[in-house]
Design a protein around this ligand. Structure first.
Ligand SMILES: C[S@@+](CC[C@H](N)C(=O)[O-])C[C@H]1O[C@@H](n2cnc3c(N)ncnc32)[C@H](O)[C@@H]1O
Length: 272
């Protein structure tokens, strides 16, 4: 792994995530041998607005039962399990961070979804799949850690079947200067590679995609980061279990940066 990717994986890969999650679930009286995606949703949706954003994003992308979906930068597998259990599609998740892949597999087995959903450690810029392998590629809050977006989109286009869809929710730059650090995806600017929405569009079109949906979701994200429901995401059963004890500060910086116009957020669908 090159230096920059190693730094990204180190940023995310905390020790002991599995033990922390299982013990927090047990403390809440949840049976860890019969887990459901719903039990895990406060913990396993590692992006702004959590399960709300995943539901909205999935409704826009509309996966079908006969599809094989690739989730690039799948984290601990929450969105992948949601897609498989809600839409009946097959999902393969890849992520740079080995600790996340181990937890994704463990939780998926405990949800008895492993016949629908599988995971492997891989870099989104060098996917271990043949050309034209997938009907849809899904990506949520990942490109902030990827410097060469043009190469990333070309790699996604390679593994996607002709007519297949790439769908992504991402943080993008704002007009009001740099964001406040530390942030959920980077404690320091060195591993944060934000692009403007215009740059993202140009990189996608340059990789051969036709953009069919482009929603600037910044206002919804700002409203959500100020809502009590979203604040509860950082309670005991929340993403701090996978993102670390400094999560509240990092999430607050993300909300503040969005509110000040230092970040923006987009949800999009493009076709190959
Ligand atoms: C904010 S988390 C989002 C996880 C998941 N998509 C979700 O929404 O729950 C960002 C994820 O992107 C992964 N990631 C960052 N750069 C990557 C790369 N080059 N290839 C694959 N995964 C990457 C990280 O390891 C991390 O799991």
């Amino acid at each position: 792994m090159s230096d920059s990717f190693e730094k990204v994986a180190t940023h995310y890969g905390l020790a002991g995530i599995e033990e922390r999650i299982l013990s927090a679930l047990q403390d809440e009286g949840i049976d860890i041998d019969a887990l459901t995606p719903r039990d895990l949703s406060p913990i396993d949706q590692f992006h702004t607005r959590g399960i709300l954003a995943t539901r909205e994003h999935a409704a826009l992308a509309a996966p079908r039962e006969d599809m094989h979906v690739l989730d690039v930068g799948c984290g601990i597998g929450g969105p992948a399990r949601y897609l498989a259990s809600t839409y009946g599609c097959r999902v393969t998740g890849v992520d740079l961070t080995p600790e996340f892949i181990a937890v994704a597999k463990m939780l998926t087995e405990r949800c008895r979804l492993d016949h629908f959903v599988d995971f492997q450690q891989a870099n989104g810029l060098d996917l271990p799949f043949d050309d034209s392998s997938f009907d849809m590629v899904w990506c949520q809050n990942v490109t902030m850690n990827i410097e060469d977006k043009a190469a990333f989109y070309r790699e996604i286009a390679r593994v996607l079947k002709s007519g297949g869809r790439f769908t992504s929710t991402e943080m993008t730059t704002g007009d009001a200067g740099p964001p406040h650090f530390p942030l959920p995806w980077a404690r320091v600017p060195e591993i944060s590679f934000l692009a403007s929405q215009d740059e993202m569009r140009a990189a996608l079109e340059g990789a051969g995609f036709t953009i069919i949906e482009w929603r600037d979701t910044s206002a919804e994200v700002v409203a959500a980061t100020q809502s009590p429901i979203q604040k509860a995401r950082h309670a005991k059963l929340g993403i701090a279990l996978i993102a670390g004890d400094d999560t509240p500060e990092r999430v607050a910086n993300s909300g503040r940066s969005l509110a000040e116009g230092r970040l923006s957020n987009v949800m999009m669908v493009a076709e190959k």
